[in-house]
Design a protein around this ligand. Structure first.
Ligand code: C2E
Ligand code: MG
Ligand code: MG
Ligand code: MG
Length: 292
């Protein structure tokens, strides 16, 4: 807390910066009670496998509704939680809640769905990520190979060797690993080679203008080829249009996630979603033929 105040105190003293500092402090204080007060929840965004046209899993995304300020984006409060150490209890809450919800999907579905949980890089440096995850899996009796952890590539790890050792332990348990926001970070290919990731998540910044931007097409095609040669799958994030989907099929991307398929859904709505067949005619393979 003192560190946060000190940091902001050094910033240029424009009103907007001051306002943002006050908001950050207020949010950080409120975050301490958010778990106990039941202000946190999860939403699930379905993921589609393009060859089979089947939903194979969903990403858990945290939501926080502040009693006065309303919904606060995780992009705003997760960094605050990382700075003040609250990321550890919050992550444990997320893990427990996600595994509990995903157990209910298992009871329903014919195919076993994978649940993806976002992991903060801070967790590799502090706390005991490996035993936290294993304990929660045991508590829920959840199969480890149906859990995927998403690690954001855009964060530089303070101690890469220590992080790798923990990833190995998770791998040994059968837990899957995905590299999130791939293409936006600084990790070298030699480091990537040593991570036993199951999946590369192509960052949505490469998908946004994919249809009109040839550089983005080249990047996506390169990531797909890289992943293939290293035995990993690719999933495109932020897919919003049928045109993007058609092009991604053509470029050989394995899976998609995005508003085109579904927005992130609360548990009840997600259960409804997986009970009904994928409703889009635009998910048919021949839509790829319409690309000029
Ligand atoms: P992320 O893991 O890369 O998640 C993808 C973000 O893109 C989510 O934003 C999702 O709602 C959004 N998204 C999905 N489809 C589309 C689309 O078609 N178009 C656009 N424009 N956006 C789409 P969200 O939920 O606001 O989360 C933001 C970030 O916060 C996440 O990025 C992740 O880094 C972090 N986050 C979310 N939940 C957790 C959590 O439980 N733990 C941790 N450590 N971080 C989390
Ligand atoms: Mg993610
Ligand atoms: Mg991402
Ligand atoms: Mg992100």
């Amino acid at each position: 807390q003192a560190k946060l105040a000190g940091r902001n105190g050094l910033q240029f003293f424009t009103p907007s910066v001051q306002e943002r500092s006050i908001r950050s402090l207020r949010l950080t204080n409120a975050l301490h009670q958010a778990i106990q007060r039941g202000e946190l929840s999860l939403e699930y965004q379905p993921q589609l496998e393009l060859n089979s046209n089947l939903i194979f899993g969903a990403e858990a995304l945290i939501r926080w509704t502040h009693p006065d300020l309303g919904p606060v984006s995780p992009s705003e409060f997760i960094p605050l939680a990382e700075m003040c150490g609250l990321i550890l209890p919050i992550s444990q809450w997320v893990m427990a809640a996600a595994l509990q919800d995903a157990s209910a999907w298992r009871a329903l579905g014919s195919t076993p769905l994978t649940v993806s949980v976002n992991i903060s890089a801070v967790q590799f440096d502090h706390g005991d990520l490996v035993s936290m995850v294993i304990d929660e899996l045991h508590a829920e009796g959840f199969p480890p190979d149906r859990l995927e952890l998403e690690l954001t590539e855009s964060v530089t790890l303070a101690d890469p060797e220590k992080a790798l050792a923990q990833m190995e332990q998770l791998y040994a348990q059968g837990i899957r690993l995905a590299i999130d926001d791939f293409g936006t970070g600084y990790s070298s290919l030699s480091y990537l080679k040593r991570i036993r990731a199951h999946r590369l998540k192509i960052d949505q910044s490469f998908i946004r203008d994919l249809v009109i931007n040839e550089d983005d097409q080249a990047i996506v095609s390169t990531i797909v080829g890289l992943a293939r040669s290293m035995g990993m799958r690719t999933i495109a994030e932020g897919v919003e249009t049928p045109e993007q989907l058609a092009l991604l099929r053509k470029l050989g991307c394995d899976e998609i996630q995005g508003y085109l398929l579904s927005h992130p859904l609360p548990q009840e709505a997600f259960l409804e979603f997986i009970k009904t067949p994928v409703p889009f005619t635009l998910l048919e393979v021949d839509s790829a033929e319409q690309i000029p």
